[in-house]
Write a protein that binds this ligand. Structure first.
Ligand SMILES: C[S@@+](CC[C@H](N)C(=O)[O-])C[C@H]1O[C@@H](n2cnc3c(N)ncnc32)[C@H](O)[C@@H]1O
Length: 368
């Protein structure tokens, strides 16, 4: 049970005590009379809401959140949305940022402005509400991007450390997409991860509290101590191996070790049930190791796997999926090709008719 509000007179109550529009299931009323009076205003948004596969509802302890209205299979596009405005990231001058945001807010339509000011604000009286809302809700426009965007729908998505949805900025369509990265059941909350890396429990709690003002109680964060210790050990190992593979030297100096590290990372991600962009990134690391050492056959397989992951997480229109498809078709177009040729191998040398186990041993250069 959660708090909800009559769309006409704003009387609040438990969602189970209020009436709900039978078509869109997302709009609440305290009485049939309020529902009847609100229909003219609600009609247009009702059609849009009814087509949505999610609804926004109050979630105890989290404010609002997004709930699946039906079963959502992995790979489904849940949202594709343009930002109402863009905010620079990493700005220290809060007065300049506030002025820029106030100008953006002034340019919004009356309806957008109303929806913007209804978004969550964790910064209270510290700033102008517009700055507080933008800081609470802006989502990065890509990994390590210098800009973030404010989105009216996606801003309602809460965080889970082991998420069931992935947010991605599509640089071609200039839209944020949210895809299911796990099968999501009807009634289940749709969550993305607000964190970038594979942090352990203490580090996640610290960063979420500092950045977003909450104590995380997701499935991963409420594991009993022995399981939490095992999970933390896996996450620390992923971070350590990622640092080695990504140091810019090792993939050339110690390619075999790096390839085995990436294989371990993928196994650890699987054990943690992480199905987000980290898996695609790991396959891309493996592609770079293979191609930087002249092995087009393995590079092709890794590019195809990374591409398949990106299609699930971002859709067929994903620029990254298209780029990876190109490397799968012709691995030698990768800029690292020819850095070293110690593993030189033609793209046609991908083995056929091997058992799945033997193929994996070949792929990761483990003993057959
Ligand atoms: C972008 S908003 C998400 C939607 C928000 N819950 C709302 O009511 O509109 C981010 C804020 O939601 C809350 N939040 C997100 N994930 C949460 C979680 N797992 N547990 C508790 N609060 C969470 C925090 O207050 C956070 O600063």
């Amino acid at each position: 049970m959660a708090e909800a509000m009559c769309a006409l007179c704003s009387q609040s109550g438990l969602d189970s005590d209020l009436k709900r529009c039978a078509r869109c299931l997302t709009t609440y009323y305290c009485s049939r009379e309020c529902q009847r009076q609100h229909w003219k205003a609600h009609k247009a948004e009702c059609i849009t809401n009814a087509q949505r596969i999610y609804e926004v509802r109050s979630i105890p302890g989290k404010g609002q959140g997004m709930i699946a209205k039906c079963k959502i299979p992995r790979g489904t596009r849940i949202i594709s949305e343009k930002p109402i405005f863009i905010v620079p990231r990493g700005v220290n001058d809060m007065d300049a940022l506030e002025n820029a945001i106030l100008k953006d807010v002034a340019r919004l339509s009356a309806e957008q402005r109303k929806a913007f000011f209804a978004l969550h604000n964790i910064h209270g009286e510290k700033h102008d509400p517009a700055l507080g809302i933008a800081r609470t809700n802006a989502l990065p426009l890509g990994a390590g991007a210098l800009e973030s965007g404010v989105f009216l729908q996606a801003s309602r998505i809460n965080h889970a450390c082991s998420s069931n949805a992935q947010n991605t900025w599509n640089t071609n369509t200039k839209q944020l997409t949210i895809h299911a990265c796990k099968d999501i059941n009807a009634g289940e909350e749709i969550c993305i991860s607000y964190l970038d890396s594979s942090e352990n429990y203490a580090s996640r709690q610290r960063d979420l509290k500092a950045g977003f003002g909450f104590d995380c109680t997701c499935k991963l964060c409420v594991l009993p101590p022995p399981q939490r210790q095992q999970s933390d050990a896996r996450l620390d190992e992923i971070t350590k191996l990622d640092d080695i593979v990504g140091d810019g030297m090792s993939i050339i100096a110690r390619p075999m070790t790096c390839l085995h590290h990436v294989h371990t990372i993928i196994q650890l991600l699987k054990e943690e049930h992480f199905t987000d962009a980290r898996v695609a990134r790991a396959y891309y690391d493996a592609l770079q190791i293979a191609i930087a050492n002249g092995d087009q056959a393995r590079a092709k397989v890794f590019a195809d796997r990374a591409c398949a992951e990106r299609v699930v997480l971002e859709g067929e229109d994903s620029p990254e999926a298209k780029r990876l498809k190109g490397f799968g078709e012709n691995p030698s177009t990768h800029m690292l090709y020819g850095t070293k040729m110690g593993w030189k191998q033609d793209v046609k040398k991908v083995p056929r008719n091997m058992s799945a186990t033997d193929f994996e041993s070949w792929l990761w250069r483990k003993k057959l």
